[in-house]
Design a protein around this ligand. Structure first.
Ligand SMILES: *Cc1c(COP(=O)(O)O)cnc(C)c1O
Length: 411
């Protein structure tokens, strides 16, 4: 635009303001700007998507968790400028590593992507040719050691790099299984929570045996905060790579996660990731805003008053229990999941189904199909209610809805 045109265009503004201003109703001259007055655009409504109250746990299908205000701030305030993604990943990673007291860190598009990238790092190191060849490295198929009871749905992320698993039970089998094709050893920290089967190799033995043979170890602890100490625990044990989800209780972006640990492996994982154009991780891009957001989430999570947060969760359970107290035969109980995965307080509610004629399953259905829609858990003979993902004002809404449904069923 030429200077003269700029001046001309600028000169239109006051005139246009005066024209529109004169036709506006009187109240528009009040303190509120038109933007504030306009009804907020409701995207849920616009697309016909049902907003859901999550009285369950962090579940991917239910959009994980709600981002902390600090995370939303980070996303909004960084959206208006470009950044060099290599620089951002390096600098955000360095800060996160400092927070986590480990050598190096990076933001991935979730824990599942971290499993891919961490394994890729162990397969390729910084060898560009190998990075391009994945998942079809020439030569014998590489192997990853895993305990038999640790095989799980997310191990496909590890297999997608072209490796095959060698399943072992106990330290002796692990030691014997290590061979020249072994590239990594994977530990699924939540296996006990998921399957109820104790680990056949302790964390310490696992790390010790692998180190003796120079095999990098990787631990998946995706859902394993709280306690916050877990964010620091596994690097102390000596694991080389560690992953946590961003979109679970850390309350960062759902499509973000952490991979951290040994510096050379994190550097190799970065080489296997976007914005490099050819590696296996190119489709696992995390945008600039989410990288800033994940950094903000980690910082906020570490700085949070965890005792207060825990007490608040217990108080929520107490509040719901008090509102349900008068329902005949009803018994509610606070249950603390011992972890390692999802170690959170929750609530179990039971009643005599001959006196209150409705099954927990039917209550779950009624909660889901009512307005607002509420997701709760059906535990067979009991109703499971999670409180940690409720917004404060939703606690009473959940209590009221359950109360209403049960009261109607009293015979
Ligand atoms: C949730 C979860 C993942 C996947 O995490 P995302 O961040 O959703 O990619 C991997 N492993 C375990 C044990 C999990 O619980």
């Amino acid at each position: 635009m030429k200077r003269r045109e700029v001046i001309r265009n600028l000169s239109i503004l006051p005139v246009a303001g005066a024209v529109f201003g004169s036709s506006l109703p009187i109240e528009s001259f009040s303190a509120a700007t038109p933007a504030e007055k306009a009804p907020k655009r409701d995207f849920f409504k616009e697309l016909g998507v049902t907003p859901v109250i999550n009285a369950g746990a962090t579940m991917t299908y239910l959009s994980g968790s709600l981002m902390m205000p600090e995370v939303l701030d980070a996303i909004n305030s960084t959206a208006h400028d470009f950044a060099n993604m290599y620089e951002l990943q390096d600098k955000a990673g360095a800060k996160i590593a400092e927070l986590l007291k480990c050598e190096a860190a990076m933001v991935t598009s979730g824990a599942a992507a971290a499993l891919v990238l961490g394994t890729a790092a162990c397969l390729t190191g910084s060898d560009r040719e190998k990075i391009e060849q994945l998942p079809s490295l020439p030569g014998p198929q590489r192997e990853v050691i895993i305990q038999k009871s640790h095989r799980y749905v997310f191990d496909q992320a590890v297999r997608s790099t072209g490796i095959k698993f060698t399943e072992v039970e106990g330290p002796d089998e692990m030691e014997k299984a290590i061979n020249p094709n072994t590239v990594m050893a994977l530990f699924f920290n939540g296996a006990l929570s998921w399957f109820g089967v104790p680990d056949s190799i302790t964390h310490e033995d696992f790390v010790r045996i692998a180190k003796k043979h120079n095999i990098p170890t990787f631990i998946d602890a995706a859902a394993d905060v709280p306690p916050v100490e877990n964010l620091f625990r596994f690097q102390k044990t000596g694991f080389d790579l560690i992953t946590f989800s961003g979109g679970k209780m850390i309350r960062g972006p759902q499509s973000a996660g952490l991979l951290f640990g040994r510096k050379d492996l994190i550097e190799a994982a970065k080489l296997n990731n976007s914005p490099h154009e050819c590696p296996i991780g190119r489709p696992m891009k995390v945008n600039k805003e989410e990288i800033f957001g994940m950094y903000a989430a980690v910082k906020s999570y570490i700085e949070r008053d965890h005792q207060k947060e825990w007490q608040d969760w217990l108080d929520r359970i107490k509040h719901i229990a008090a509102r349900l107290e008068k329902i005949p035969t009803l018994k509610s109980e606070t249950v603390i999941n011992p972890g390692p995965a999802n170690a959170l307080p929750g609530m179990i509610v039971k009643w005599d189904q001959s006196k209150v004629k409705i099954t927990p399953k039917e209550v779950v259905k009624a909660l889901l199909e009512g307005t607002p829609s509420i997701v709760a858990g059906d535990r067979g003979d009991a109703l499971g209610i999670g409180v940690v993902l409720l917004r404060p004002e939703q606690v009473d809404i959940v209590a009221g809805r359950i109360k209403g449904i049960l009261e109607k069923a009293v015979v």
